[in-house]
Write a protein that binds this ligand. Structure first.
Ligand code: G6P
Length: 359
């Protein structure tokens, strides 16, 4: 299946600083004046906490553009000066965690928490947020954000390290930002540190590029082996879509080999999906191997979301049903995944692209 031509690369030009300052500096100044004190306090707190944790080889590292060691304290103003540009700014999010806010010329919006490199919101021009954050999600920089598009890396799990890996549990830094023809973009990055080495003893560079178009949210995850030895990993984008569970369904999985993790997640039942349209009548936790590059989600709220990908070989459907009684009716997870291990020799890269869109 063809992947949309709207390539991530075409939107990669950095913002011209001069035009960025003319267009967004007043807004940023106003925001900085209003928020700098509490935000800086948060920055100091995070820095102190992470310094303490670093001494015991644990915990997130505060991000910095042009990061060398990740330990430098940076203010909102500085962060905005470094990465803010037309359609991209830094704001204080839930729990005072920093988030990037992207606004396209076409009226769509996205929010990305640096903690977890997690896209928490994707609003199409009519204001509907097509992503979902669970009501029990915490924004304390300690636990992964339960919602939006969390990363599962370097394992989907279950496996030897924490469920879904550590990437959703660390603070990513901002490598660059840009705006091409009204489409804002940011590239986040995550590198190994003592925390990751304590679980998975390899050096890596993960970059995550996000481009927001009017009706499309594109991402590209690139994993590079920066070690001297080969490593293997697997990964997923654990996307939570807002939905009405009784009306939600996914098309495109018929014929795929399925690994049904219900009732025993450690010994999934192998089968073949025979349904044209897969819905969510109860607990669902199922891996689909070699899924097509395009799935269609009817979210039950009147939207058809196209979920396209390049190189995310597999898919996962998940809904916890009564295990999460308070919210299971309001979302489904349709995840692009790479379940089989990818092996990377030193210097090699792997990339996976995801394109979410509505008509
Ligand atoms: O609660 P989490 O760690 O975010 O994981 C939530 C779920 O994610 C995936 O979809 C897995 O297939 C499930 O087995 C898991 O329970």
């Amino acid at each position: 299946m063809a992947v949309p031509a709207a390539s991530l690369l075409t939107a990669s030009a950095l913002c011209p600083r001069e035009s960025m300052q003319v267009t967004s500096s007043r807004f940023n100044q106003m925001w900085v004046v209003r928020n700098q004190r509490s935000f800086n306090n948060h920055v100091k707190r995070v820095f102190l906490q992470s310094s303490l944790r670093r001494s015991s080889s644990k915990g997130p590292v505060w991000p910095r553009a042009s990061q060398s060691n990740g330990n430098t304290v940076i203010t909102t103003e500085k962060l905005n000066q470094e990465i803010g540009c037309l359609g991209v700014k830094v704001e204080e999010g839930e729990g005072k965690l920093p988030k990037l806010v992207l606004k396209s010329n076409g009226g769509s919006e996205a929010e990305i928490y640096l903690f977890g490199g997690c896209i928490s919101s994707w609003k199409i021009p009519n204001g509907k947020d097509l992503l979902f954050v669970r009501p029990d999600a915490v924004f304390n920089g300690q636990k992964p954000i339960s919602g939006g598009i969390p990363h599962c890396f370097p394992q989907f799990g279950p496996g030897l390290i924490q469920q879904h890996g550590f990437a959703r549990n660390m603070t990513w830094s901002v490598a660059s930002s840009g705006n091409s023809e009204g489409k804002p973009s940011v590239t986040l990055e995550l590198k190994d540190n003592s925390y990751t080495h304590s679980m998975w003893d390899f050096s890596f560079l993960a970059t995550f590029k996000v481009v927001l178009d009017t009706e499309r949210l594109s991402t590209e995850l690139v994993i590079k082996n920066t070690d001297k030895k080969a490593f293997t990993f697997n990964a997923a984008l654990h996307t939570y879509f807002r939905a009405l569970i009784t009306g939600a369904s996914v098309k495109g999985l018929k014929g795929c080999t399925s690994l049904n993790k219900f009732p025993d997640p450690v010994n999934p039942i192998k089968g073949v999906e025979e349904r044209e349209v897969v819905n969510f009548p109860g607990f669902v936790d199922c891996i689909y191997l070699t899924a097509p590059n395009k799935l269609l989600l009817e979210n039950g709220l009147g939207d058809t979301v196209s979920i396209e990908n390049k190189n995310w070989a597999d898919a996962v459907l998940w809904n916890p049903h009564m295990q999460m009684e308070a919210c299971y009716k309001d979302f489904v997870c349709v995840e692009n995944a790479k379940i089989a291990n990818v092996e990377l020799e030193p210097g090699q890269t792997w990339s996976g692209e995801q394109y979410l869109s509505v008509n």
